[in-house]
Design a protein around this ligand. Structure first.
Ligand SMILES: *[C@@H]1O[C@H](CO)[C@@H](O)[C@H](O)[C@H]1NC(C)=O
Ligand SMILES: *[C@@H]1O[C@H](CO)[C@@H](O)[C@H](O)[C@H]1NC(C)=O
Ligand SMILES: *[C@@H]1O[C@H](CO)[C@@H](O)[C@H](O)[C@H]1NC(C)=O
Ligand SMILES: *[C@@H]1O[C@H](CO)[C@@H](O)[C@H](O)[C@H]1NC(C)=O
Length: 434
C-alpha cells in the first residue's frame, strides 16, 4: 500500500515536472515546492492502520466480543478494511449468544453481521436520511448470505433512539445504539449496541471451512502441481504451514506440462526448492495481494543466501508475480478463506537461485548503476520472459541485488527519483532565469 502511495506521488511529481517544460519560471518554482510538498507528505504518511483487538482491549466489558473476533479471524478482516463500523455487544449479551451453542463458523457469520462495510459515527447514525437506511455488512461480503440477509436496517426511532434490525428478521426491535466506543472518521467507528443482531440465516448451521490442503489442492486445475508436491515430498512443508497460514501459487496444469522438460533436468534438491518457492508461509487474501506491491518470502527462503523471494506487482487488474527469470499472472482463486489461500498462476515461477546459479546472491556490494543495467540485459538474454518486461522502471524492480531495494519499500527509490526530478527542475529553472 505504501508502495502504491509512493507511486501515485511520483506520478504527481512527474506530471508537475512535465508542465515545467512549457511553463514560465514561476511555474517551475511552484512545481518544485509542490514536489517538495508531496515528497514530505509521502515520507510522513505512515500506512493507516487500526487494530480492533487493541481498541477493544481498553474496554473489558467487551472482552468476550473481542475474543470471538480474534478466534473467528474477523479481527484481521476488520483491520484490513479502510471504511468500517463495528457494533460491539457487552459480555452479558455475548453469553446469551454463546449459550446457543453455535459452531465457530456460524459464530463468524453472526458476528460478521455486526460489522458494517460503511462508516457510521454517532452523528451520522442520528441523522440517517429520511429516518432510515440499509447497510451492507461483512456477512453480505462473504457471499454466504442469501437474499438480503447480509443487510442491516438502521432507523431513527422516536426519542432519539437508533435501532438496528437485520433485514431477514424485521421483528427484532430490541437492539439500539448505546454509545460510541471510538471514532476515527472515516476509517473506523466502534459503537456499542444493546443486543446481538439475530438473523435466522446467519445462525443457520454452516459447514466448517475445509482446511484439508490435500483435498483443496486437488481442486480445479491444480492436479499436476499437486502430483509434483506429493512425488517430491514437498507437500509435507505445505501441510505443516497450514495452521499459521499459507498461500499457495499453483501453476495450472498447462503451465506444469510446458515446464516438464526443465523440471526433469533439476536435481531432487532443486525440484523441492522450486516447489516450495510456490508457497508463502502467510495467509494472503486477494485483497491483500491487490493492495500490496513488494517482495515476498516463500517456503523455500532460508536466510540471505537462499532468498527465494519474488515481487508481487499490481498491473491494472492483474496481480503479477515477478522472479528475476519469469513473470506469472494470477489466473484464478481456488480458495481464499483464512488461513488458506490457493491461487492458480499461468506459469511456473523460476527462482534465480536455481536458474542463475548462486553467484549474484553472494555479491558483497551493489554494483554501480551502469554496470548493473548491463548485467541485467545480459541476464535477460537467457531468460524466457524478458520480452514481457515493460520498460526501464521494471528493470529497476528486478535489481534486488541492490541493497536499497531489499527494504521492500518504494521509499528509498522515491527519494532518489524525486531528487533527480527536482535536480532537473532546478537546472531548468536556472536556464529560464538566464
Ligand atoms: C493488534 O493488537 C493485538 C493486541 O495488542 C496484537 O496482539 C496484534 O498483533 C495486533 N495486530 C496487528 C495486525 O498489529
Ligand atoms: C484514515 O485513513 C487515512 C488513510 O487511509 C489516514 O490518512 C487518516 O489519517 C486516517 N484517519 C484517522 C483519523 O486515523
Ligand atoms: C484430506 O483429504 C484427503 C483427500 O481427499 C483425505 O485422504 C484425507 O484423509 C483428508 N485428511 C483429513 C485430516 O481429513
Ligand atoms: C538440461 O541441462 C542441460 C545441461 O545443463 C542443458 O544443456 C539443457 O539445455 C537442459 N535442458 C532443458 C530443457 O533445460
Amino acid at each position: 500500500m505504501k508502495r502504491q502511495n509512493s507511486r501515485r506521488v511520483w506520478m504527481t511529481i512527474l506530471s508537475f515536472n512535465s508542465t515545467t517544460t512549457t511553463a514560465p519560471a514561476m511555474k517551475t518554482v511552484t512545481a518544485i515546492s509542490l514536489a517538495f510538498f508531496f515528497l514530505l507528505l509521502s515520507l510522513s504518511a505512515t500506512v493507516h492502520s487500526h487494530n480492533i483487538t487493541r481498541i477493544l482491549a481498553k474496554h473489558p466489558e467487551f472482552s468476550t466480543f473481542n475474543h470471538y473476533l480474534t478466534i473467528t479471524h474477523l479481527a484481521n478482516e476488520i483491520n484490513r478494511r479502510q471504511t468500517i463500523t463495528v457494533c460491539a455487544v457487552d459480555n452479558a449479551e455475548m453469553s446469551t449468544l454463546i449459550a446457543k451453542g453455535l459452531s465457530l463458523q456460524t459464530m463468524k457469520n453472526v458476528l460478521s453481521l455486526h460489522v458494517f462495510a460503511d462508516y457510521f459515527g454517532s452523528k451520522k447514525l442520528h441523522q440517517v436520511t429520511k429516518g432510515s437506511t440499509s447497510t451492507a455488512t461483512m456477512y453480505q461480503a462473504t457471499g454466504e448470505a442469501p437474499g438480503t440477509a447480509g443487510y442491516v436496517h438502521i432507523s431513527d426511532v422516536k426519542g432519539g433512539k437508533v435501532r438496528f434490525t437485520p433485514e431477514d428478521n424485521p421483528s427484532q426491535t430490541d437492539s439500539v445504539y448505546v454509545k460510541s466506543i471510538l471514532e476515527m472518521p472515516y476509517n473506523i467507528s466502534v459503537i456499542q449496541i444493546s443486543s446481538v443482531l439475530q438473523s435466522p440465516e446467519a445462525e443457520a448451521p454452516t459447514a466448517a471451512p475445509d482446511l484439508n490442503l490435500t483435498s483443496l489442492l486437488q481442486r480445479d486445475g491444480c492436479q499436476a502441481f499437486y502430483d509434483l508436491l506429493t512425488s517430491s515430498g514437498a507437500i509435507g512443508t505445505f501441510l505443516s504451514s497450514v495452521e499459521s497460514g499459507v498461500t499457495v501459487f499453483c501453476p495450472d496444469d498447462d503451465a506444469i506440462a510446458a515446464f516438464a522438460p526443465k523440471f526433469k533436468n533439476l536435481t531432487a534438491q532443486e525440484k523441492t526448492s522450486l516447489l516450495l518457492y510456490h508457497g508463502v508461509p502467510l495467509y494472503n487474501s486477494m485483497g491483500m495481494l491487490r493492495s500490496s506491491n513488494g517482495l515476498m518470502n516463500t517456503l523455500a527462503t532460508e536466510g540471505a543466501k537462499k532468498k527465494y523471494d519474488f515481487t508481487v506487482q499490481n498491473v491494472g487488474n492483474d496481480v503479477k508475480l515477478k522472479t528475476k527469470v519469469v513473470t506469472a499472472t494470477i489466473s484464478g482463486t481456488v480458495v481464499d478463506e483464512e488461513p488458506i489461500s490457493i491461487y492458480t498462476i499461468d506459469k511456473v515461477l523460476m527462482p534465480r537461485e536455481i536458474f542463475k546459479g548462486t553467484v549474484e546472491a553472494d555479491e558483497p556490494a551493489p554494483a554501480p548503476k551502469a554496470a548493473k543495467k548491463k548485467k541485467a540485459t545480459k541476464k535477460g538474454d537467457t531468460t524466457e520472459d524478458d520480452a514481457e518486461a515493460p520498460g526501464p522502471d521494471s528493470s529497476d524492480d528486478y535489481s534486488d541485488d541492490d541493497a536499497a531495494d531489499q527494504t521492500a519499500s518504494g521509499g528509498g527509490r522515491l527519494l532518489a527519483t524525486a531528487s533527480v526530478v527536482m535536480a532537473m527542475a532546478f537546472s531548468f529553472s536556472w536556464l529560464v532565469f538566464i
